[in-house]
Design a protein around this ligand. Structure first.
Ligand code: UD1
Ligand code: UDP
Length: 361
């Protein structure tokens, strides 16, 4: 029995790491197929090194490109490897182009597909990720729903109940496995010369935000006014897509926003844990805030993580500066005693068990 673990971007490496660890510990026959969608050291290798993950057996080195080109290259590359290896199953995680191409290639070869983090919906087709989520779920055989709501969504779309497994989200496993180590090892606060609780942390990289000059400018203005109002800097580890757009659009930011290169996972966890408040358009970061007990302002009009809104850990601010500032004000005063809706940190183990039993069925 063998499993191909397909991944290609920063969040997939982080969220698949608990599953990889499980496969390693239980000596399951598995290999990693990296598509190379992300390739810069700080978006890729740093996570393999820090999380001590085994080397990928294959790296397709597809790199960047338009959606059709990138997805097409990944599809063709994965098909070739799968035809050679013919694993019993593949695992994909999340909603990127790598995920859709991986699921599609395997499905056409009649190799069973497990989708980790199935059933998330923003109902916003402007997001390329929404198309990837829906299509991946509908060609998967094992749907690993992180929350009850995700399970209900899948049932509502006609996916058979016996294909859906409620596991919790592997990000809880990853946070628990690393947050204490992060506190011991990371010196990022000193390096950035900030004090715990006395800075904001921000990330923004969504295509529908940063590729749109008006939205991206609005978000940056919002961050500047939050920093000014509270007299605290905003630390913004900037995604390469956003860095590129800032240059292209000729946008400038004031000194209250500290743009830094993307950081490693432990440094980022440590920055999250000690932030006064986090402002983000990232899916994974919304979840991590909720798990770590740090309030979040989401720089989007909708979210496929509504559980974070329901427990009071998160609020949707969109991209207008005034609304971002008023949401930040509201969230700074918020009690931080909400429950974590993303599970108990054993999602990796549950997924490994289902894959083992399912494949033997
Ligand atoms: C991708 C995912 C998105 C996910 C994000 C995680 C899709 C459709 N999008 O978006 O869902 O939230 O990853 O971070 O799959 N670049 C580099 N180095 C890299 C990677 C990218 O410089 O290692 C630059 C390139 O200029 C590239 C741009 O970033 O054109 C965008 O990369 P791409 O993989 O197309 O999309 P992301 O925005 O990273
Ligand atoms: N992250 C990181 N360093 C950074 C920014 C983010 O390690 O500088 C981690 C973060 O902890 C989370 C993941 O990257 O686990 C989120 O990835 P991203 O925001 O790129 O993608 P999304 O979750 O939106 O798909």
């Amino acid at each position: 029995m063998s499993i191909a673990i397909i991944l290609g971007t920063r969040p997939e490496i982080i969220k698949m790491s608990p599953v990889i660890r499980e496969c390693e510990q239980k000596n399951l026959d598995h290999f990693i197929l990296h598509t190379g969608q992300h390739y810069s050291y700080e978006m890729d290798r740093v996570f393999f090194e820090q999380l001590e993950l085994p080397e990928a057996r294959y790296n397709l080195d597809v790199g960047s490109g338009n959606h059709g080109e990138q997805t097409g290259k990944i599809l063709a590359g994965i098909e070739k490897v799968l035809m050679q290896e013919m694993p019993d199953a593949v695992l994909v995680q999340g909603d990127t182009n790598t995920v859709l191409a991986g699921a599609l290639a395997a499905s056409k070869l009649h190799i069973r597909v497990g989708h980790v983090e199935a059933g998330l919906r923003s109902y916003d087709r402007r997001m390329p990720e929404e198309t990837n989520r829906v299509l991946t779920d509908h060609c998967s055989d094992y749907l690993f729903a992180p929350t009850e709501m995700a399970r209900e969504i899948l049932l509502g779309e006609g996916i058979p109940a016996d294909s859906i497994y409620f596991t919790g989200n592997t990000i809880v496993d990853a946070v628990r496995q690393n947050v204490e180590l992060a506190a011991e090892r990371s010196s990022i606060l000193d390096e950035l010369d900030v004090e715990a609780g006395r800075y904001f942390l921000a990330t923004a990289h969504r295509q529908e935000n940063v590729d749109d000059p008006a939205r991206f400018t609005g978000i940056l203005k919002g961050l500047e006014s939050v920093a000014e109002e509270f007299g605290m800097p905003v630390i913004y580890p900037i995604h390469p897509r956003s860095q590129k757009r800032i240059r292209e659009f000729g946008i400038s930011t004031n000194n209250n926003i500290k743009l830094i290169d993307p950081v490693d996972f432990m440094s980022f966890l440590h920055l999250e844990k000690n932030a006064g408040l986090i402002l983000t358009d990232s899916g994974g970061v919304q979840e991590e805030c909720c798990i770590l007990g740090v309030p979040c302002v989401t720089l989007r009009d909708n979210t496929e993580r509504p559980e974070t809104l329901e427990v009071g850990a998160n609020v949707l601010a969109g991209s207008e500066p005034e609304r971002i500032a008023s949401c930040a004000r509201g969230m700074m005063d918020r009690d931080r005693d909400w429950e974590n809706p993303f599970g108990d940190g054993k999602a990796g183990e549950r997924i490994r068990r289902v894959m083992t039993m399912g494949v033997e069925k």
